[in-house]
Design a protein. Structure first.
Length: 601
């Protein structure tokens, strides 16, 4: 009885402190409200109202991790509190813990089927999980309940945007702005659509308009900084990111993207510190871990880079997320003697070409090595030493003792800069294709003239394509050199067709190249390959062919920094942009190198 009386007294005192806190909180005096909530919790540590509202206060400060922890504690005391459940879901969405957020809003929608706001928040979580069609359906459900709910209209536009239905998204947002021209949310999200269309100047205007209406609008501050970075206004972008994280210190995405902006300026130590701040703000932030990994790898710090690189599997575009592993995952320590090991492809064709070299090291440990392959590489990879069988991606693999993602292997096998397995060649062209292309080039090329393969663009759907591919017309100074250029492109973009037509001496062999076997055999007939960073560059390097690789100012991690060579491919010479978008300097250096060095780098 005495214990109950003491508890009641503590709760009564807590309620008094809580009431005072609420007055300050409702007046927007967050700094004054916080110590009062804490006094309430000092009296009664499990006082649900103060736990909940202190969590809300942290959410308002842009501290979703603290908010989620406090509101979860409140719900432990009062599980049926639907307002707290809604606020927890909102904090979890901010933390990108979308599965947990979806569970919250799923409960809320089940208990309040007519709650249009809950359906909209559920749509936000589904969008975060990449389930865009379901997100769109949830928005439609919310709008059935309340057609005038602006947040649902905007969420619907966001779902359309993620489905790449940009014009529909803009139409929805323009309709919202016609009714509510001072909606910072609609202006912000309109900027996002324009950003995705690479209409960066228009996007910046939209974000500025949103911020003129709400200067502390966190999302617009973040998006404006991202747009400045995309415009390569890096000093302005850093100032914008700094303003963001000062306003919202727990904004993990802001810290992460600030790190990316610092990397673009070559300030790698500061970038790593910014990624660390992102990880501190949200230990589950996938891209902060992955970007730190890529930065370490780019710097040649493989010891720290490889363990962090495992976070790639949780990235949105990862190819491992959509399937269960077919066998226990090899840990790098368990003996492989007499075991069957399946190497899983996971990223692009170039990654498979680069890292299949590790098969021989695994076979030397006694493993029977099976390699999962894309169909385009099947027969070429079947001849790699150490590989006993190729399994086509999508087919049911045979029974194996272990499996391992291909890009785990450098870390598991302890690869450092000075231990990269770089014996060349490890790929070999097929004899009958060699004979075919020898005949073709003999008939179509001038005898005695240097033959140089050329690749100027890669997969247009690659997220970094705009930085690594070069419009063909920009290569005009190179194409004027007195050599026989041979296109190794299997596809030519419509925008490049006029330039291709204006250079009839550039041998276009698209009609004859069926697969990588043809490309490999064709490369073997050449003196040199000049390529942007795409799979053909890896193929040429692995064939041991002298290769000149053209790189953007911020290259992919595997090409490291500053050096003119690659430890992955000893026959490769790297031509780097001295500054962002400066292909003209690269091309001038190529022309000079061709004049000075003939066929060899």
């Amino acid at each position: 009885m005495k214990k109950s009386s003491t508890s009641n007294k503590a709760n009564a005192l807590a309620a008094q402190w809580h009431a005072q806190a609420l007055v300050r909180h409702r007046a927007g005096q967050l700094d004054a409200a916080e110590p009062l909530y804490r006094q309430a919790l000092k009296q009664a540590p499990h006082f649900a109202d103060s736990l909940h509202m202190l969590g809300v206060l942290h959410a308002q400060r842009g501290q979703p991790a603290e908010a989620a922890e406090l509101i979860e504690r409140a719900l432990q005391q009062r599980p049926g509190d639907l307002i707290a459940l809604n606020n927890l879901g909102g904090a979890l969405n901010q933390l990108q813990r979308y599965d947990e957020a979806l569970a919250c809003f799923g409960q809320l929608c089940a208990r309040q089927a007519g709650n249009a706001e809950a359906h909209t928040s559920r749509a936000d979580a589904l969008r975060g999980l990449g389930r865009f069609e379901e997100s769109l359906a949830a928005c439609d459900k919310a709008l059935q309940i309340n057609p005038a709910l602006r947040r649902a209209q905007i969420a619907r536009a966001n779902a359309l945007r993620r489905l790449n239905r940009f014009e529909e998204a803009l139409a929805v947002l323009d309709a919202v702005l016609a009714q509510a021209p001072s909606s910072p949310e609609a202006l912000n999200d309109r900027g996002n659509v324009l950003f995705d269309q690479r209409r960066f100047d228009e996007a910046l205007t939209s974000f500025d308009q949103a911020l003129s209406l709400r200067p502390t609008y966190i999302d617009a501050l973040f998006n404006r900084a991202n747009t400045l970075r995309a415009l390569h206004r890096f000093d302005d972008a850093l100032a914008a990111y700094d303003a963001l994280v000062q306003t919202s210190p727990g904004h993990a995405e802001g810290w992460n993207n600030r790190g990316a902006a610092l990397e673009m300026q070559g300030r790698h130590a500061e970038a790593l510190a910014s990624y660390a701040s992102a990880r501190a703000a949200n230990p589950k932030h996938v891209m902060a871990h992955l970007n730190a990994a890529l930065c370490h790898l780019l710097l040649g710090d493989f010891e720290q880079g490889w363990p962090l690189y495992r976070w790639r599997e949780q990235a949105e575009e990862a190819r491992l997320n959509d399937r269960p592993l077919p066998a226990p995952r090899w840990d790098g320590q368990t003996s492989l003697a007499g075991k069957r090991l399946l190497l899983l492809s996971e990223q692009g064709l170039g990654d498979t070409l680069q890292f299949c070299r590790y098969a021989n090291m695994l076979a030397a440990q006694g493993a029977e090595v099976l390699l999962e392959s894309w169909p385009a590489l099947h027969s070429l990879l079947a001849r790699v030493e150490g590989i006993s069988q190729i399994v086509l991606r999508g087919d049911v693999p045979p029974a194996t003792d272990f499996c391992v993602p291909l890009l785990d292997l450098p870390g598991l096998l302890g690869t450092r800069l000075d231990t990269i397995p770089a014996a060349m060649p490890y790929l070999h062209a097929q004899a009958d294709r060699l004979a075919y292309w020898q005949t073709q080039l003999a008939e179509r090329c001038t005898a005695g003239q240097r033959r140089i393969g050329l690749v100027w663009s890669g997969n247009p759907r690659h997220s970094n394509d705009h930085k690594r591919s070069i419009p063909l017309e920009r290569l005009n100074p190179l194409l004027d050199c007195k050599v026989q250029f041979v296109s190794l492109q299997t596809e030519v973009r419509e925008s490049d067709l006029p330039a291709l037509a204006s250079h009839p001496a550039l041998l276009d062999l698209r009609d004859g190249i069926r697969d990588f076997e043809d490309t490999a055999a064709l490369i073997e007939q050449l003196d040199l390959v000049i390529s942007v960073d795409t799979s053909v560059a890896h193929l040429a390097g692995a064939l041991g062919k002298p290769t000149w690789l053209l790189l953007p100012a911020k290259p992919d991690w595997r090409w490291l920094l500053a050096r003119p060579d690659s430890p992955w491919y000893p026959g490769m010479c790297l031509f780097r942009q001295p500054r962002h978008d400066d292909w003209d300097s690269v091309i001038a250096n190529l022309v000079q190198a061709l004049d000075e060095s003939g066929t060899a780098p």
